[in-house]
Structures are given as C-alpha cells and as structure tokens.
Design a protein around this ligand. Structure first.
Ligand code: PRT
Ligand code: ZN
Length: 283
C-alpha cells in the first residue's frame, strides 16, 4: 500500500484526481473526505491543503504527493521531485505599482514587499544582494501596495490579469512552477515498487498529452516526403491499400503542429485524413 497526498480543493485538485483516473486508479468520489482508498489499486489518498503536502511527505505521514513546486521551495521540505506533471503552471514574480519608474532590481533596496512566499524571496534577495523588508501576508497580497502596507509584492502570476486589475506591473520573474509529484526519501522496497508501477502509468498518460494520432491515405510515391513531415515515435507506420499506388500512413503529431502538418500533407495529395485522441503512449 502507498499513500498519496493531494490538494483537497483548489486549483490542483481536479487535475490531480484526473491524473490518477487516467492512470487507471479509481477513487470513489462519494467517499472523498480526508482519507480515501482506491478501489482497484494499492493506494490511499489523503486530501490536504496544499501548504501541508510537502511536510507530510517529508515526515513520512504520506509516501508521495502532488503539489506546486512553489510550495516545495517555500517549505524547504526534504523530498524528492519525482516527476514534473505539466499542469498548474505559474511563476512567482516581483511586481510594483505601475507609476513606479523601475530600472533595475536595486530599486527593491530599502523597500517593503508583501508576500506569502517569504523564504523563496529571502533566498532571491540574498543571491542578488538586496536589502529589503519582507511582510508576510496570507491571501490577497495584490492589494497590499494600494492599501499602503507594502511598496511592492512577490506573488504567483499566471495570466497576469490579477496584477493588471490591481495596477501592478511584473518586473522580475523569480521562480517558475508547475505541479510536481514528490516522494519521501525513505520509502520501503514495497512502496518503491508500487511507485514505479504508478510512474509507468503516469508517464504513459503524460506522453500522450498534447498529441494526436493521425492517419491518412497517400499516393505511395509521396511516402518519403510525408515521412519528413511526420516524424513519429520510431517511424510512421505505412500499410499498402487495396487500390494500386496508394498506401495508408499512421503517425503521432503534436497538437501545436497539427494544422500546419495537415496542410502540408494535403498538398502532397493525402486524402481521408483522420485525427484521433491519444489515450496512452507506452514507449
Ligand atoms: O486551500 P489551499 O491552501 O489548498 O489552496 P491555496 O488557496 O493555497 O492554493 P490554490 O488552490 O489557489 O493554488 C494551488 C497551487 O496552484 C499553487 O500553489 C500554484 O502552484 C498553482 N497555481 C497555478 C496558482 C495559480 N496558477 C494562480 N494563478 N496558484 C495561485 N494563483 C493565484 C495567485 O495567487 C493570484 O492571486 O491566482 C492569481 C493570479 O492569477 P492570474 O491568472 O490573474 O495571474
Ligand atoms: Zn495553500
């Protein structure tokens, strides 16, 4: 049995549950309270506030966890970063009121900065040789400058909308974050082997994200050109069709390249192009 801590509600909850589900781990949502048990896998799920997840994994109360890298950095918890998960992307940035004439990081000398991430900020200022005072505020950090309790803020930015609507400008991107799978440093052999089997599944899910399966009919004499457009896992699959001079080509393509590649393939004479969802890619 292995225990995973995930956020009970909030921005990472849904995608954490989704990832487990895509990895074939079924958790009964009805029974979801503090501790849940997967129906078809040796896994217990502990639902916590995100701030608590790094520490419970570090002290062994939970074996693994899903949390923002920002929380791991802030708590300084002694855990392994087992996988970056590609969701919950954001950054922690320094932002100043837009009226400020900001020229360099030296501006922060002697200023007061409001933040919920004092440790990450302290480390950054120490590295840059900045002497500023840090005021810890939990929640609504962005209103601190307008309320006159700080000169600037150090907070999470995603789209940047919150900064704009509070008259602030992002001036230094300090820390890039995304959701990560963390693991304790003293897992037993049994737990390590369950974790390995989970990682095999999680990697298959991650590898399929942002990709599509594409297949089409193509004149056989265009295969070489088509293969140059469509580099696949190893190489695209080519199968002859009953119709003389035609074949069927199968491959995998990244979402961001999809339309550009489809246009090129059509120009080569591809017909009957099908684009399908990819569920898992097991390399
Ligand atoms: O209740 P609990 O303590 O579990 O949750 P929480 O309220 O502390 O955290 P939550 O659910 O807001 O965020 C969980 C994690 O999501 C964070 O630790 C980050 O790793 C990640 N994440 C990703 C974000 C954002 N994007 C984000 N945009 N966390 C917070 N924000 C907030 C930010 O604080 C700011 O107020 O959104 C605002 C900025 O967003 P933009 O899009 O306007 O720039
Ligand atoms: Zn929190």
């Amino acid at each position: 049995m292995i225990r995973i801590a995930i956020q009970s509600k909030g921005r990472l909850n849904e995608q954490s549950v989704e990832l487990l589900k895509d990895a074939g781990v079924t958790i009964d949502e009805q029974k979801r309270k503090f501790l849940g048990r997967a129906a078809n896998y040796p896994l217990e799920v502990l639902y916590l506030r995100d701030d608590d997840i790094p520490e419970v994994v570090a002290d062994g109360s939970s074996d693994i966890g899903i949390v923002g890298l920002n929380e791991v950095a802030e708590t300084g918890a002694d855990v392994n970063i087992v996988r970056k998960l590609g969701f919950g992307r954001c950054r922690i940035s320094l932002a100043v009121p837009k009226a400020v004439e900001y020229t360099s990081i030296e501006w922060f000398n002697g200023k007061t900065i409001a933040t919920s991430y004092p440790n990450v900020l302290k480390r950054f200022f120490a590295e840059k040789g900045i002497d500023a005072s840090i005021r810890v505020i939990k929640g609504s950090v962005e209103i601190a400058p307008a309320a006159g309790i700080a000169d600037a803020i150090f907070d999470i930015v995603s789209s940047g909308g919150t900064l704009i609507s509070n008259g602030l400008v992002e001036v230094e991107r300090v820390f890039e974050s995304e959701a990560v799978l963390i693991g304790g440093k003293n897992l037993t052999e049994e737990k390590k082997s369950i974790l390995d089997s989970m990682l095999f599944r999680i990697d298959a899910v991650s590898n399929s994200r942002g990709k599509k399966y594409i297949l089409m009919n193509l004149p056989s004499d265009k295969i070489d050109e088509a293969i140059r457009i469509l580099p696949a896992l190893r190489s695209p699959t080519v199968m002859p069709l009953a119709a003389e001079g035609w074949c069927s080509l199968h491959s995998v393509v990244k979402d961001i390249d999809l339309w550009e590649k489809v246009e090129k393939l059509k120009a080569l004479g591809a017909e009957g192009i099908l684009v399908l969802q990819l569920d898992k890619v097991i390399e």
